[in-house]
Design a protein. Sequence first.
Length: 318
Amino acid sequence: MMLIQVAPGQSLQTVIDALPADDQPVTIHLAPGVYEEKIALRRPHTRIEGESAETTRITWHDGAAEILPDGKKRGTFRTATLLVNARDCALRNVTVENSAYPREQVGQALALYVDGDGFCCEDCTLKSCQDTLFTAPLPLAVRQKNGFRGPRENTPRLDTRQYYRDCEISGNIDFIFGGANAVFDHCRIVPVAHRGVTSYIAAASTPQGKPGYLFADCTVQGNSPAGSVYLGRPWRQYARVYWLDCDLSDEIIPLGWDNWSDLANEETVHFGEYGSKGPGAPKASPARAGYAALNDEASAQEMRAMLAEFRADFGAEA
């Protein structure tokens, strides 16, 4: 394995661009400090790691509402601070932040955009507001013209597996979204208060028949008002999101789930939770949305099998 040391003041993108064009594993170790730079990683088998998420930060400030020199808006998918577009890459012990401000004016602001199978993210902090983490693939079709404008707009939609372990992910509107098969294992989910009040954690666009998102042994705790945060809503009609043995704050709205203002979605989504605890756990009244599975043993076993498979594939302990 090749090990490359990088210090603040050096260009991380320049280091990435100079890596050998082969499949040998490479680790880029970041010394503590701030790396203010927009990064694209398109080389497989590459790991970026720091000393700790508290001391090592990659930050940039693009927002979707920004007007570019061609007179068009930047759009969501060109805002990412860090784009990972290669297989078997990893991120460890770093903070990735989109610091675009003021939050209410900049629109969507991705911190991390991952479009590559076998991605592993451990002990990291991902920070933004709306659309913090995009777990590709994109949906097959746009709902508005040029809605997917960005680095992967006209490329094949990959079937990706992504694993997030012991990470902190903060944001407000749809701040974990996309079509990946992704497991969030022992992660801290942090809803951030904002002017619009209501927040949504997961907005999956799961392709039909795929497993989608699993949150396992996670905690939800932020600074949002009580009863203002949904566990998820469907960005596309076959969205799959499941919460397994998670600790939920009182920020979670009693209904739990939102149908994205479309009753038809209630017939096609697969939402569920099992073993939730804490003040945001389901109550007899008011009840969770009726179209989501609740404490169903069969679905929980299916999700436990998914969790065990991901842990084995990514070399993680239970």
